[in-house]
Write a new protein. Structure first.
Lengths: 354, 102
């Protein structure tokens, strides 16, 4: 008999909402600047016993062999090792998203031994002052570079994440070069996606179409220069930018409703379609995973797209960009998200499929 | 300590070392030293791996698995250069992968 449990490429697990950095572009949905359809996002975190029970339940009710631990800053949880031990017992591969601040040499060794196979670390500039500014925390730059060196020294792997904003776009080449020198296995180039605290910094940070194009051109050339894979996982609408002009880069679009979906669970049990949306499908402590993901609320989330995208032949691929950003900023999943909204006059018409 | 699963090619390692030396002036010296040590470690692994790969190819082509005593001789007869340490490491790795007792 076939296994009917939902398949997850990865489960994103937000172990804590606490963080020791204050990145102005942070999209975490619990920040007060976010406007979710269900009111303010629930705050807090479960204790160790309930957190482990929740993870066990999620793994029992899905086909999932990869969990991404994130936050907040996951290393602020004193019981992180217990969470990792549970995942190791369940033969689950683990990616850890961290700002690197608490990744001391001994911690790195411990995490690798406990099964963390990949670290995702931000490198927002090759300049100390800019990285620290975009992290909202002096000392962040030196800490993340030390973490990268330590991970590589202990034979771990990390990918470097560059969030492209108006402030650091010009730093991209030298930042990729620095990530390469420190041994990054790859680089994620994500244009800023508005949400959370970022809602209050749109004018200051959200890059223009021209600025994103410039970053893509630099990244595309850097793939040849450094032979480093670069992916852009925040959707870039093809009506704004011809992504085919950057063949060395990998582009991603919203995975909701596909096998690439990033279902996101917080430690209180709230399950969401992805880590950018404040939409809560329900609570996993109270309902089954299948009931939550095969629900009307999930269907509505998947099908939502801006009206202006209806005639577009790429509608089902692009989906208008990040609907979660639209939801957070404009209170509607079908509104044009901020990057699209701000650049609508530049949108070139794409052929209709009708 | 595990072996790097996605090992960077040798030219990448040399380029990394070069870039690191160029950008290190403003960086924390301890961090730079650790990054340099990590690159050196990977280069050492690569040397061994490269030797092992060559060695395995040679032995596959010329030596029956049971004839251990002849492995060194056949390897050296091919005029391939490797340090005694790398050669011994490659020999042990070959035996390990072949599942043959020494």
């Amino acid at each position: 008999m076939s296994d009917k449990r939902p398949y997850l490429q990865t489960l994103i697990f937000e172990v804590t909402q606490r963080c020791n950095h204050t990145c102005p572009h942070c999209y975490n949905v619990w920040h007060a600047e976010s406007r979710g359809p269900q009111g303010p996002y629930p705050r807090g975190e479960s204790d160790t016993r309930r957190t482990l029970a929740l993870l066990n339940k999620a793994l029992n009710e899905t086909r999932c062999d990869h969990v991404t631990l994130t936050g907040g800053e996951p290393l602020l949880r004193s019981d992180l090792t217990q969470i990792l031990d549970l995942l190791a017992e369940r033969n689950v591969r683990v990616t850890l998203i961290s700002n690197g601040r608490l990744l001391t040499d001994q911690t790195v060794v411990d995490l690798i031994e406990r099964g963390v196979t990949l670290f995702e670390l931000p490198l927002l500039s090759h300049r100390r002052q800019m990285h620290d500014r975009l992290s909202g925390s002096p000392g962040a730059f030196d800490a993340v570079l030390a973490a990268m060196a330590s991970i590589r020294y202990h034979q771990g792997r990390f990918v470097s994440v560059f969030v492209g904003t108006r402030l650091n776009g010009a730093d991209l080449h030298d930042t990729i070069q620095m990530a390469f020198a420190f041994g990054a296995s790859g680089l994620m180039l994500n244009r800023m996606n508005v949400g959370g605290r970022g809602c209050a910094h749109v004018d200051e940070l959200l890059p223009s179409v021209a600025e994103v194009r410039a970053m893509l051109a630099v990244a595309n050339a850097a793939v040849d220069e450094f032979r480093l894979g670069i992916s852009c996982s925040i959707a870039i609408q093809p009506c704004l930018i011809d992504i085919g002009a950057y063949p060395n880069l990998q582009f991603g679009f919203c995975g909701a409703g596909t096998e690439r979906a990033y279902f996101t669970l917080d430690s209180l049990g709230n399950l969401r379609p992805c880590n950018h949306t404040p939409t809560i499908l329900g609570n996993l402590f109270e309902e089954s995973f299948a009931d939550l993901v095969f629900s009307e609320r999930m269907t509505s989330f998947v099908e939502a797209a801006p009206d202006l995208c209806r005639p577009c032949k790429l509608r089902d691929t692009c989906r208008g960009g990040c609907k979660a950003a639209a939801e957070v900023c404009h209170g509607s999943l079908t509104a044009p998200e901020p990057f699209l909204q701000r650049n609508l006059p530049l949108a070139r018409p794409l052929a209709s499929d009708r | 300590m595990g072996l790097p699963l996605e090992h960077a090619p040798r030219r990448d390692l040399l380029q990394q070392a070069d870039v690191l030396s160029r950008i290190s002036a403003d960086l924390d010296p301890e961090t730079v030293a650790k990054a340099q040590a990590a690159i050196a470690q990977d280069i050492a692994f690569f040397e061994t791996f490269e030797t092992f790969s060559t060695f395995k190819t040679v032995t596959t082509l010329t030596v029956r698995p049971s004839n251990h005593a002849q492995l060194h001789g056949d390897y050296e007869a091919g005029n391939l250069k490797a340090s005694p340490e790398a050669l011994e490491a490659a020999r042990l790795l070959t035996l390990l992968f072949a599942g043959t007792p020494d």
